[in-house]
Write a protein that binds this ligand. Structure first.
Ligand code: HSE
Length: 403
């Protein structure tokens, strides 16, 4: 028998119980053993719940029980998850987690600790929910030199931008509606400011380059400044605005950033809409690959967590090699990156003045908007764009255009 303990009986924790309950027979066949949920840690009581007898409130009951082989950590947040996971790994228990805050902040260190103790620290569900992306990067794609990962990694913001595009509504109105329907959190900051996508691209970039990429080093911009007018212009250009999290290797430079971007009809992520996530990967031998699916939600996320439990059960006392060391990887300042830029200015500026500063631009018109001018710049370095845009005090907004 393989005993597991689930830390946190919230949405994902109860999903883990449901996935194991529903697919118990096939899971047992796959691990050639019997998987048993011995404990569930939660501060709350769950009277009448089928798992009621397994609820404990004190983590030491779990960590001191030598019969517990695998810990499922689905508490979210860095503490107390970090303390619990370190203790579990030190005591020879493998850990499966969906916690992107924990993995982004301490992934490399926890992988090293797992290795020391001949167990595993697995985190498939931390990026892209139910979409397989961590194991592909650490297994199927290991022959590649990965030169680009660009993802729509946050379902909430993708839903908001999709709704704004479909309904022509403003950000605040769609956010309010999404909160009323329970699609967006009451405190949506981590999603709408891009912090969630930032942690996820930090994890993917660390795995792609084998070193620690600190999420604090990643330039991050959310979607709060995107307006109905921006969406109207995007439609006029037959493009879409998406919150992209991207890492690109260009020569010796490694760029990593999270920001809203305009993408055209040929972009591989153009049809990733609503709450779905999509991840585009480019390798030097493979060329392009795409991963698509449900990036959040109870059962998709729980399915990825349980797959890690199965992986851990299949590798007892064997640490699976993970290419992610604690050595810090420096990112290149995005001032050196190149894009086109879509710019909106108040109308007191004429086209000739604009072209004197930016070079040849493409003017853009959108139906029903007449009191401003909008254009797309030529390809420029970010630092040159910043210098150019600083010469205008009438900037309404600007958005990078994927090239
Ligand atoms: N808040 C996240 C999202 C949940 O909207 O994608 C999954 O990490």
């Amino acid at each position: 028998m393989i005993n597991i303990a689930v830390l946190g009986y919230g949405t994902v924790g109860s999903g883990v119980v449901e996935v194991i309950g529903t697919n118990q027979d096939s899971i047992n066949k796959k691990i050639e053993d019997e998987l048993n949920i011995k404990y569930i840690l939660d501060l709350r009581d769950f009277p009448g719940d089928p798992m009621e007898s397994r609820i404990v409130h004190d983590y030491s009951v779990i960590s001191s029980d030598d019969e517990v082989d695998i810990i499922v950590e689905v508490l979210g947040g860095v503490e107390p998850a970090y303390t619990f996971v370190k203790e579990a790994l030190s005591k020879g228990k493998s850990v499966a987690t969906s916690n992107k805050e924990l993995v982004a902040a301490h992934g490399a260190e926890l992988i090293a600790l797992a290795k020391q103790n001949k167990v595993n620290f697995l985190f498939e569900a931390s990026v892209g929910g139910g979409i397989p992306i961590i194991r592909p990067l650490n297994s199927s794609l290991t022959a590649e030199n990965i030169t680009e990962i660009t993802g729509i990694l946050n379902g909430t913001t993708n839903y908001i931008l999709t709704k704004m595009t479909e309904d022509g509504s403003d950000f605040e109105d769609v956010l309010r509606e999404a909160q009323e329907k329970g699609y967006a959190e009451r405190n949506p900051e981590a999603d709408v400011e891009g912090y969630d996508a930032c942690r996820k691209i930090a994890i993917l970039t660390s795995l792609a380059c084998g070193k620690q990429v600190d999420y604090q080093d990643i330039y991050t911009e959310g979607i709060t400044k995107i307006s109905a007018a921006d969406i109207r212009y995007a439609k006029a250009m037959k493009q879409s605005i998406k919150l992209l999290a991207t890492m690109k290797k260009v020569g010796q430079n490694l760029f990593c950033m999270v920001c809203p971007m305009l993408i055209g009809q040929n972009h591989p992520l153009i049809n990733v809409n609503d709450v779905f996530n999509g991840i585009f990967v480019h390798g030097n031998m493979l060329d392009d690959a795409m991963f698509y699916g449900r990036g959040a939600g109870k059962l998709p996320t729980a399915s990825a967590v349980v797959a890690d439990v199965i992986e851990a059960a299949r590798h007892r006392h064997v640490s699976i090699k993970t290419y992610w060391s604690t050595e810090k990887k420096e990112l290149t300042n995005i001032d050196e990156s190149i894009h086109k830029y879509f710019v909106r200015l108040k109308k007191n500026i004429d086209e000739t003045t604009v072209e004197t500063v930016f070079g040849r631009v493409e003017m853009v018109k959108a139906q029903g908007i007449s009191d401003e001018i909008a254009f797309v710049t030529p390809i420029m370095e970010e630092k040159d764009f910043k210098k150019a845009i600083a010469q205008f005090d009438s900037v309404l907004n600007y958005i990078r255009v994927a090239i």
